[in-house]
Design a protein around this ligand. Sequence first.
Ligand code: FE2
Length: 424
Amino acid sequence: MDLVIRNASLPDGRTSIDIAVEGARIAAVGHALPMTAAREIDAAGDLVSPPFVDAHFHMDATLSYGLPRVNQSGTLLEGIALWGELKPQLAQEALIERAMQYCDWAVARGLLAIRSHVDICDDRLLAAEALLEVKRRVAPYLDLQLVAFPQDGILRSATAFDNLKRAIGMGVDVVGGIPHFERTMADGAASVTLLCEFAAERGLRVDMHCDESDDPMSRHIETLAAETLRLGMQGRVTGSHLTSMHSMDNYYVSKLLPLIAESGVAAIANPLINITLQGRHDSYPKRRGMTRVPELMAAGVDVAFGHDCVMDPWYGLGSGDMLEVAHMGLHVAQMTGQQAMLRCFGAITETPARILGLEHYGIAPGCNADLVLLDAATPVEAIRLRAARRLVLRRGQIVSEAPPATASLTLPGRPSTVNFRLGR
Ligand code: FE2
C-alpha cells in the first residue's frame, strides 16, 4: 500500500476504521487492516470524510467584491444591477486569476468538487471561455462542472439561447435557466420547456435557478418536474434555490412535494444567500426564504446545500467553507435533531456528489482516494466547530495540510498556561 490511515471515524458512524490507499484509489476499509504502507497517518479517532461538494456556485463573479463598487443595500436587485455594470468590464485574465484563487481556498477547505453557473448572456462568452480554462487547469485537484446560465433570461435576452448553444458546444456541461426572471409566468414556463427539450435531445443535465423569489404563486418548479417526467429525464434535473416554496400555500405544497419526488428532480438550497436576500420586502415577521429542506428530504428528494456566492456583487462574505454553509442551513431549517444534523452533513458531501454525477465518490474499496481528515470526531462536531481540515487528499496525494485550531490561555488567578483545542 502507498498509504494507510489508522483509527478513523467515518460519517456513517463507524469508528476505529483503517483506510488503505493504493495509487489514486481506496484499496480497503476495515478494522485493524493487516497491510503495511510507505506512509501511515494516525487519525486518532477523528473524522475522515469524503471531500465536500458545492452543488451551486457562481465562479465567474467570485472574489469581485468591490468591483466596480460594493453593494450598498445588500439586496438581490442591487447585486444584479452591479453585476450588469461589472460584466462589460470583465477581463479574461483577471477572471481566471480570481477563480484560481478561489479554487485554492476551496481545496484548503476540503472542497474538491464544485458545480458553477457561468453567465452566458455576454455575447463574447468571455466568462465561459475563462472558466473552461480554469476547469482545465484545476482538473488534477478539483472537479469543476459548469452550467450555462442565462442570467438575463433565455427568452428575455435576444441572444441568450444562441449563446447557450455556443457555450454547450465549447464544453460547458449543464443547461441552466432562470424562469422566474422571464417577463411573465407563461414565458417562464415556456423557457423551462425550451431548455429541458434542448437538454433531453443532447443527453445533458439541467440545473435551473428556479422560483428564486418570495412569490407564493411562482410555479416553475412544478413545470420543471412535469417536463422532467414528460421527457424521461429523471435523475438528471435540479431545481436551484426554490425559495418561493417557503411562502407557498401548505395545501399546494402537499401536492407539489410528491410530484418533485416522482420526477427525480433534485433541490439545492443556498442558506447563506437565501437568508440574506429573501424576505427583503417584509416588515415583521420576516420570512427566512430558504426552501422547505426537511420536508423535501422527508419526501425522498435529494437536497444539497450550496454556497452560491463568495465575495461578489450579491454577498460580501464567505470563504469556501461548506461547513459554514451546512451550519447556516441547519439553523435556518431548524434541523437540530440528531438524524437531521447528519442529513445536513450529507447535504454538503454525498448528496451533491450524486447530483453532480461524480463517479467513484465515497469511502469504500474502489473509490477515489479523495479524503478529508477533520479536527472533529463526528459530522455534527465538524459542523459545530467548522472544524479545521488537517489533511486533504486528492487521488491519494496530500494536497493541503492545516494545524488544528488551538489556543494557549494564561489567566489571572490560574497557576499555569492552559493549552487546548478550541471547542473540544
Ligand atoms: Fe445562484
